[in-house]
Design a protein. Sequence first.
Length: 172
Amino acid sequence: MEEQNQQQGTLTPKKEELLFSWRAPARPFKRRDRNFFTTVAALGVLIGLILFFLEGILAVAVVAAIVFLVYILFTVAPEEVEYKITNKGSMLGEKKHLWGEFRRFWFTKRLDSNLLVVEIVNFPGRLEMVIQVEEKSKIREVLEQYLIHEEAAPNFLDRAAAWMSKKIPLEG
């Protein structure tokens, strides 16, 4: 039957098969101490004062919102989600991505979490999935059937974040 379809120029759709799945937090997370939040608040007040004199109250509101976001991200633990890799793509929770959206993948570590990073064509450009170190070899084996294992060169934001973390250490 499939031969006849191929001769006629039509393809039979393949059934989606689960290749690998795991459960992990939705994002990297590291609980911070009081010194970290004191430093962030002090920087927020300093930058807020400078921007108040340069731009006015609206710029201060933006700084306050960023400080609040940092506080929430480092105090509220992320929910646990299920990640799936199938023969048609991957699923992050309920969001499905097809193989055509992906370019390459690599592994990295941030905030004491091991991450699988997949470069994608659409915005935001990268998907980061938390993994356990024991799962790394199996994930790599499955993904290498569909994608190139190659780390992307750091972009402007990566370099700026690395520079800022060296110049303004937030850890005590």
